[in-house]
Design a binder for this molecule. Structure first.
Ligand SMILES: [Zn+2]
Length: 343
């Protein structure tokens, strides 16, 4: 099924309607002069027209089947919770029937959407709820935060090489800070959790219960817009190998790592992730390498069960995993210091 030849994709997609926030201006669009002003992020302004434009973009997105709701200039839901100040705090997700439940307000119904925006006159943008039918959107948020000192797009390419998938051409939104959001769709039988920096540094995932700032939205830092050339695409299906990475059970510091130092627990977590990311043909060498590192750093025995569990999850039989870890223990016993780590 993947990858689909690019030519075929392009052909099929050119027939679809353009996505919102594109070159097709809504009727209330400002003059091109203002459009140019929006391109310059230092001049992105919020004026009287901004809420109207935000609604127009949101309506266009809803027309494409994307559930949307109003956002403020801080990228937070524009409507305040009707439960604020309540003790104990309510766990209402909109069951009360009132607006103000963030992503749970999201709707594709134009009348309901107009009502939400009417209640939020200071909205400057809109959020798109991820994980909801029919598209079940998954947002790959590639950050450019210099704090990461690494290139998130490069990290994604690295993952793609390592796990043998290609990112298909898809709707891409440019953020005011220079980042980008890739829009992918998920299957009905998978729930993708939200995560920050779990896949790789600088890569956040917007999944079920999360939202993406829609193209055309204006925030305090500037405008979100569609990347040139992606406006006419429809969101592409998430490659299966990537979906597997996105739906791996979340690992909390393992019970097996209890009694180890914080640094060891973190290192152990990294080694477990390394084993989990193995595909067929790499499972044993990865497990062996990880186990050697754990024993070299003095927490091999503490991590052995968690490593075994991780290896079993990648499809390695348990007795094989145990044998691999045991040989790593033998190899590293009585040997201090680090090896070069080559497996
Ligand atoms: Zn409520």
């Amino acid at each position: 099924m993947y990858p689909t030849p690019l030519g075929a994709l392009g052909e099929k997609r050119s027939a679809t309607r353009p996505f919102p926030g594109t070159s097709t201006p809504p009727p209330t669009s400002p003059l091109p002069f203002f459009e140019l002003m929006y391109e310059n992020k230092s001049m992105a302004t919020i004026d009287r027209q901004t809420p109207t434009l935000a609604l127009a973009h949101a309506l266009a997105a809803a027309e494409h089947g994307l559930p949307v709701f109003p956002l403020s200039a801080t990228k937070l839901p524009a409507l305040r919770s009707p439960h604020r100040g309540e003790q104990p705090s309510a766990h209402c997700r909109g069951e009360c029937g009132l607006p103000g439940h963030g992503v749970h307000d999201a709707t594709t119904d134009p009348a309901a959407l107009r009502a939400l925006f009417a209640a939020a006159p200071r909205a400057t943008g809109y959020g798109i709820a991820c994980g909801r039918a029919p598209h079940r959107l998954i947002g790959i948020d590639l950050d450019v935060d210099p704090a990461y000192r690494s290139d998130s797009a490069g990290a994604l390419r690295q993952l793609a090489l390592q796990h043998l998938f290609t990112i298909p051409p898809t709707v891409t939104v440019l953020t005011p800070s220079g980042g980008r959001h890739l829009w992918l769709t998920g299957p009905a039988d998978a729930t993708v959790p939200n995560s920050a920096g779990r896949l790789a540094p600088g890569i956040d995932i917007r999944g079920s219960g999360g939202y993406l700032v829609g193209p055309g939205s204006v925030t305090a830092h500037g405008r979100y817009r569609l990347a040139p050339g992606t406006a006419r695409l429809t969101p592409a299906p998430c490659p299966r190998a990537l979906l597997r990475l996105l739906t791996l059970p979340r690992r909390t510091p393992t019970a097996a790592a209890a009694g180890t130092t914080h640094t060891q627990a973190r290192r152990g977590e990294g080694l477990i992730q390394f084993v989990l990311a193995a595909h067929e043909g790499q499972r044993n060498t990865r497990l062996f390498w990880a186990a050697c590192r754990a024993y070299e750093h003095g927490f091999g025995d503490a991590l052995a069960d968690a490593l075994t569990a991780a290896a079993v999850r990648t499809g390695l039989p348990e007795h094989e995993a145990r044998a691999t870890i045991a040989s790593a223990a033998r190899l590293t016993s009585g040997r201090g210091g680090e090896t070069d780590g080559a497996a």
